[in-house]
Design a binder for this molecule. Structure first.
Ligand code: ZN
Length: 83
């Protein structure tokens, strides 16, 4: 289990690869962050998160947004080091 460093969405496998050092540069389904770029550092993740929240926390792929989605609960899953 891996959680997006920006929005906290959970993934079965890390987009950063098994050793957490080879990002695949795909985009988070929820916040749209590009893995390896927008979550490259704590500062980058914070900055992108602020932008995303300021823009209304929209899903990058709106059709994947679960019914009754709880952004606050998901944000609590952001790895502490990236908050
Ligand atoms: Zn995300």
């Amino acid at each position: 289990m891996w959680n997006c460093r920006v929005c906290g969405l959970d993934y079965d496998a890390s987009p950063w690869g098994p050793a957490e050092n080879e990002p695949d540069h795909s985009s988070c389904e929820c916040c749209g962050a590009e893995f390896g770029y927008h979550d490259y550092s704590v500062e980058a993740a914070r900055q992108y998160r602020q932008q995303w929240l300021a823009g209304g926390a929209r899903w990058y792929y709106p059709r994947l947004r679960p019914e009754g989605w709880q952004p606050e609960a998901q944000l609590r899953q952001v790895p502490e080091a990236y908050w």
